[in-house]
Design a protein around this ligand. Sequence first.
Ligand code: FNR
Length: 387
Amino acid sequence: MSSPFGAYQSEIYLRGLAGQVPAFTTDTARLEDAARGRMEPGPFGYVAGGAGSGATVRANREAFDRWRLMPRMLTGATDRELGTTVLGTAMPAPVLLAPVGAQSILHPDGELATARAAAALGLTMVLSTAASNTIEDVAAAGADGSRWFQLYWPNDDDVTISLLQRAKSAGFTVLVVTLDTWTLAWRPADLDHSYLPFLRGIGTAIPFSDPAFLAGLEKTPEEDPQSAILRWVPMFTGTDKRWDRLPFLREHWSGPIVLKGIQHARDARRAVDSGVDGIIVSNHGGRQVDGAVGALDVLPEIAAAVGDRLTVLFDSGIRTGADVVKALSLGAKAVLVGRPYAYGLAMDGESGVRHALRSILADFDLTMGLSGHRTLADLSPDTLRRT
Ligand code: FNR
């Protein structure tokens, strides 16, 4: 089946004939500006903010700007085939929803709205451990949609095992282990508002509904929120792990395992040696290490270092269709999108997530065609020029 995504363009123009315009901009590189005036300062800062001076957030975008597409003509790119299969998951386009925690600060429906939007588009949602809804409720909202589970690795093996079992039973097929956020960075946007959702019991629904987590409490989190939060903090923050702990996850998770937050070719090789199935080249959207290299800048060397020995995915800074083309051309098998859909959720709930994602996908589809690429296999470093 050829790609349907570009059709969103005609849908928007046709609705215009009935006097309708999109609920917010189709310029997906400008969603932050659009959302700024429509969100409370705390939640806005939580989404937009980065580590320290924001240099890594900026570096992520600058890295994309250094690469330019080299369009080709007369290639018969009328009907595009953008579908792919990643780690056993079939996708209509190589785009996933990145794990974003505490989504109820953005919209009352939180992750449930996101799961419904992802399922409606056939896209894969990666559910965060720091969600504001339970694993089971998000799975039910996503119905037949494909889903992966992101683990913030607890400092308690019983809780870890329990979370993995719950995710497996609820139909999550791939485990994404986030390595770069074992403790929170210095984030001025949140510090200036003294705003951290988790300390308010937001983004804790998964552990707070977990039998192994609850076993360590005398009273339920509803009866005694303070004690539950005090158990949560040291379990999810403050302790870094080492490579030799990875076999523990393999022992308790039978599906593919992906390491999120790889930024160095040496770590990528180490990931190959450790036998995981994939990596996400990512710096957490610039939220963890200030002054770090732009994620796209390290993608080519990492892709070269691992070859086809594991699946390379990418996030951090994807805003437009051209960005997707660039990351795929430089070696990613698929990309994850974070902030754009989070702003969509904040501005218009489930339809906002759909609008933000459909805009990126339509732009991607049209950019593929107009630059002369019919399939994902047509993309290579030769598609681009570094400026
Ligand atoms: C994140 N990210 C994230 N990652 C993760 O593994 N677990 C999580 O709970 C969260 N939570 C989260 C909240 C918010 C508000 C943002 C913006 C990001 C990181 C996310 O998965 C992804 O790596 C980045 O968002 C990608 O960068 P862009 O697309 O936002 O530039």
